[in-house]
Write a protein that binds this ligand. Structure first.
Ligand code: ADP
Length: 491
């Protein structure tokens, strides 16, 4: 047994157990089969093909979902173009705003239903979907709704105009929230939308389609099409789309950027990350430990801006790692619907395989691996919180995005060394700094090449603040006014 994985002596009593507190599923409705949401109605895919979406905590099928091909995408784009030309771009901006407010309010009213479906389909703990994903999704619609009738005045000396039809492709880590990030600003700016959710988490986007029907949006303003990477590629390649907004892996982002090169299409890409979370010796250590847990273990590490690299000042490294191991051991891995659960199911068998391959690789590279001995259910896809120490900058577990509850820990002595190590990455999405010195926060914050830097906190989001990456973490910004301008021609 390697030294990092030697049994860790806990500093507290673990002899007591939590009582289960599962969220009820009685109040939700999932249809057996979903068609494509095109021109305001659910329609079957032209070729009649469907695929299963499963619950990653039980491996049971939740519903069948339409597999769309290029002909379905063409139908959806035509519907979006028609709605753009005849209704949405002509409507008074304040009227557009009312529709978006209506969507926001209905999401709030049906928040419990959305939260449960998000956890069933994606595997994230109900505490996350209930307290983070769904409220933030509603907040994005509220925020953009407020902008709708002010955009004309928001860019001095410029005349904003919508782009037309936006094709939007989103991943599985924040399914409804990503849909909201994409749809809300596009609509506020007067564009119409064809959105594709990820193949493993389509259900909340399809629920959103029901909300859009209930909100009475003109048919075709929002179209929701399901399918896999080929469906996404058909959106990217469609000749009558004016803008592509993509969130997902850097590899697919590269493919999309190549496909768009030389076309007139505008694009924003929000891609991978390998964020450094820097803990200085003068930080409030207990809060920092909680911040590390929040940065990488909650939401199974399925966060592109996760703090997956910990840089800890040498003089406190031993203390931080010991406290972190204690805290990790208390994390409950299991049923996403249980309100006690900290770490839910890994989103898919394929993702679990990818994470496990990295765990093997880390050990092969010579790192010391520590994993908690938390109980996990027999069925489903699970990964216990894991950390790697004794790692070098050259190790792939330090350089590559794992997208799981796996933390690589390095130490540093000086601020400059911390900054150099933090910036030694192809990515630049986010970063964190923990210290009680304001000056240090500003110094580190200004030197880290990343789109978001959190100070004495991590993974905090707000619709008003722009989000996006440097380097291979992406192109463009979402959120705030920057996010709106990505859906506008500014003449
Ligand atoms: P992740 O690694 O987070 O699953 P992906 O980049 O594979 O991210 O997927 C994100 C989204 O991109 C999903 O909706 C997926 O279906 C879609 N997608 C995958 N491949 C392509 C492609 N070649 N072109 C467009 N979209 C794609």
């Amino acid at each position: 047994m390697d030294k990092a994985n030697a049994p860790h002596k806990l500093n507290f009593d673990t002899s007591w157990e939590y009582a289960e507190a599962p969220e009820s599923t009685d109040h939700i409705e999932i249809k057996k089969q979903y068609g494509l949401f095109i021109a305001g109605e659910f329609v079957p895919p032209k070729k009649g093909k469907y695929f299963d979406t499963i619950n990653p905590a039980t491996e049971k099928v939740l519903a069948k979902v339409a597999q769309s091909d290029a002909s379905d995408i063409d139908r959806a784009v035509k519907a979006a173009r028609h709605a753009y030309d005849t209704h949405w771009s002509k409507m008074k901006a304040a009227e557009r705003g009312k529709y978006i407010y209506r969507i926001a309010r209905i999401i709030q009213e049906r928040a419990r239903e959305f939260a449960v479906i998000e956890s069933l389909d994606g595997g994230k703990p109900i505490r996350e979907s209930r307290d983070v994903d769904i409220p933030l999704a509603a907040a994005h619609f509220f925020y953009s709704a407020g902008w709708a009738d002010k955009i004309d005045y928001a860019f001095p000396c410029r005349t904003p105009a919508p782009l037309g039809v936006a094709g939007q492709i989103i991943p599985w880590n924040f399914p409804l929230l990503m849909a909201a990030w994409k749809i809300a600003p596009a609509l506020a700016c007067g564009n119409t939308v064809v959105l594709k959710p990820a193949e493993t988490t389509p259900l909340t986007a399809l629920k959103l389609a029901e909300v859009i029907q209930d909100a009475g949006l003109p048919p075709g303003v929002v179209n929701i099409v399901t399918g896999d990477g080929a469906t996404g590629a058909a959106i990217v390649d469609h000749g009558d789309i004016d803008k592509i907004a993509f969130t997902g892996s850097t590899d697919v982002g590269r493919v999309i950027q190549k496909a768009l090169a030389g076309t007139e299409k505008k694009y924003t890409l929000e891609l991978g990350g390998k964020a450094a979370n820097i803990i200085f010796a003068d930080a409030a250590i207990d809060q920092a430990v909680e911040g590390i847990v929040n940065a990488i273990f909650f939401n199974q590490g399925h966060v592109c801006c996760a703090g997956s690299r910990l840089l800890v000042q040498e003089s406190v490294a031993e203390e931080v790692i010991a406290k972190l191991k204690d805290r990790m051991q208390t994390l409950i891995v299991g049923d996403p619907l249980d309100k006690n659960t900290d770490i839910g199911a890994i989103n898919s068998a394929a993702q679990l395989e990818r994470i496990n391959a990295y765990l093997d690789l880390g050990k092969k590279e010579g790192a010391a691996m520590y994993q908690t001995n938390s109980k996990t259910p027999d069925k489903g896809y699970w990964c216990r919180p894991t950390l790697f120490t004794d790692v070098a900058q050259s190790h792939r577990v330090v350089r590559e995005e794992i997208f799981g509850p796996v933390l690589a820990i390095q130490t540093f002595r000086t601020l400059d060394e911390a900054v150099t190590k933090a910036n030694n990455t192809q990515y630049g999405l986010s970063g964190g700094v923990w210290t009680d010195k304001g000056a240090k926060i500003f110094k580190v914050g200004s030197k880290i090449r990343a789109g978001v830097i959190w100070a004495n906190t991590f993974n905090k989001f707000d619709p008003t603040s722009p989000f996006g990456g440097y380097k291979e973490s992406g192109v463009g910004r979402e959120g705030g006014m920057h996010g709106l301008s990505a859906y506008l021609k500014l003449q």
